[in-house]
Write a protein that binds this ligand. Structure first.
Ligand SMILES: [Zn+2]
Ligand SMILES: [Zn+2]
Length: 536
């Protein structure tokens, strides 16, 4: 049995693992690489996936960082079946077309620039036609139904509690009469997430591939997050300004609608403050959520049984058309605007940021993970100005970063999920996380469970032998690009500067707060000197 890490190795995006088992070659996920230019270059070079030699694919969920390269691989010769849950298939159809649209727009924009320079036009990574060519390959299977995509391989999808339809994969391989149990956690949801159920507890695996996005952080408590949202609303309402919420179109937007519904019920959302959902993709995704009532958790079902619609309330407005969207910025007065993309690097949210980011009294509320290199991350990291549509926009609005709405388990929740496995000797691979987070989580796992987790690198290949004797195959020649050190250092330096600034403002504050800050400062300092010494 062999595995090759095609992405989400020491980074978060680009999930794709090519496995060779039971005489077959197949892929788990097929995600797009997102973030800075260096990382996004990986999307173009898909020959290294050998697409026509991938026999089938298993998709954990519809997020683009797990599915977005599928049209590109189809374009380059992949023609096997793609297995997923029914909601994932519905979501994927709208998400891949949206992703293709973004690729087309980007190519058009770059193309115009190149033509002006006298260069040739650029082609998009893939088109809407390429995206739709992937749809006939979809094959859907519900949670809990074991199926066999080829002899010797059995697959079962389990609810990952991450977004609607998201799955963990339980695989059983039969090779030379020996059975191996392989589990891919997919993205593990946060227990107590609104709308969907909690992540499934799995008890047995010989090989476990586990996500580690929040390997070094715990989330705030849910009530506190709702209070912070209410605080942003109160602040901007009083100033007559808008609350802008960049949110992923799928799951986070619906969770925000539900949260605002709860605040409206408690009287913490003024009745004359309209809430706009301004993203065609989010609006379509909300319809898909309505279709899959059976996939909701017990609380949501009780809400529905009571005749209440968690995804609707009186001041909620959907604005699918461009005119309606532009209308939001032409109207004065307080409002809440939920728009995509969630990391503010594409989509209508960019218009709302251009109109509101510089305004004193406005609020920008971040409710999701912000990857390195994105506009969202720059704002969260305290940039004084950001570039939007080729223009510098000053940051005058109040910035809120609420991490309690995450669709990912926090550090403690990851440890709890892992702690439920009963297998004595398990090989553990940490994937889908930034390296710093993964190292911290690995340390914690070693202390708690005595397991030495492997942290595979991009394009690394390993043979899996029962008993955890991992035979690492050397990196292929073209393994570059690797980690973007320059960016990482700049990122840490910004964080260090912020912490220093906060330290200045902390004089006289409670001792507990001060020590917590000191620990974080030391931690960032340590990472920074570690990186610098590794470069020298
Ligand atoms: Zn995801
Ligand atoms: Zn992911």
């Amino acid at each position: 049995m062999k595995v090759k890490f095609m992405g989400a190795a020491r980074t978060v995006t680009g999930s794709c693992y090519i496995l060779e088992a039971a005489g077959r070659r197949f892929a788990v996920d097929c995600g797009m690489h997102q973030g800075n230019n260096e990382i996004e270059k990986r999307n173009w070079d898909v020959d290294i996936y050998d697409p026509d030699k991938i026999e089938f694919m298993l998709l954990t969920h519809a997020h683009i960082d797990h599915s977005g390269l599928l049209p590109r691989l189809v374009q380059k010769g992949f023609h096997g079946k793609v297995y997923m849950t029914p909601p994932t298939a519905d979501l994927l159809k709208i998400m891949l077309r949206d992703s293709a649209h973004i690729q087309e727009m980007e190519a058009q924009w770059k193309g115009r620039k190149r033509l002006r320079n006298g260069d040739a036009e650029t082609t998009p990574l893939y088109t809407q036609k390429d995206a739709m060519a992937a749809f006939p390959l979809f094959s859907t299977v519900s949670y809990g139904e074991a199926f066999s995509p080829s002899p010797g391989i059995t697959v079962t999808f389990r609810d990952a509690g991450h977004i609607l339809g998201a799955a963990m994969l339980e695989l059983v391989f039969l090779e030379d009469g020996v059975k191996s149990r392989v589990v891919f956690s997919g993205d593990i949801g946060r227990p107590a997430q609104l709308l969907i159920r909690d992540p499934t507890v799995i008890e047995a695996a010989d090989f476990l591939f586990m996500e580690s996005t929040y390997g070094n952080r715990n989330h705030k408590d849910e009530t506190e997050s709702l209070n912070e949202l209410a605080e942003a609303i109160a602040y901007s309402y009083q100033k007559g300004e808008k609350v802008i919420i960049p949110a992923f179109a799928v799951e986070r937007t619906q969770e925000m609608i539900y949260s605002l519904h709860l605040l409206a019920k408690e009287g913490r959302l003024p009745a004359d403050m309209p809430v706009f959902v301004d993203s065609p993709l989010a609006i379509q995704a909300t319809e898909i959520f309505r279709k899959y009532r059976d996939y909701m958790d017990a609380e949501t079902k009780a809400f529905l049984a009571n005749g209440e619609d968690p995804l609707n309330f009186s001041q909620l407005r959907f604005t699918p058309s461009t005119e309606e969207s532009m209308g939001i910025n032409n109207t004065k007065g307080p409002a809440v605007v939920i728009s995509a993309s969630g990391m503010a690097n594409a989509g209508r949210i960019k218009h709302h940021l251009r109109h509101n980011l510089w305004r004193q009294g406005a609020s920008i509320v971040f409710v999701g993970f912000q990857a390195q290199g994105t506009t969202g991350r720059k704002i969260v990291d305290g940039a004084k100005k950001v570039r939007i549509f080729n223009e510098d926009v000053a940051v005058g609005a109040k910035i809120f970063t609420i991490n309690g709405f995450s669709a990912h388990a926090g550090q403690g929740q990851l440890i709890d999920w892992l702690g439920r496995f009963k297998t004595e000797k398990m090989c553990l691979f940490l994937i889908h996380g930034e390296y710093i987070a993964q190292q911290e989580l690995a340390g914690l796992i070693r202390d708690r469970f005595g397991i030495d987790a492997a942290i595979p690198d991009y394009l690394e290949e390993m043979t899996l032998v029962p008993g955890c004797e991992l035979a690492r195959v050397a990196y292929p020649e073209k393994a570059a690009p690797r980690i973007d050190w320059g960016f990482l250092i700049a990122d840490l330096e910004t964080r260090l500067a912020q912490l220093r600034e906060r330290r200045g403002a902390m004089e006289g504050k409670a001792w507990v707060e001060q020590t917590e800050l000191r620990d974080r400062l030391l931690e960032v300092n340590r990472s920074l000197s570690g990186i610098i010494s590794e470069i020298h």
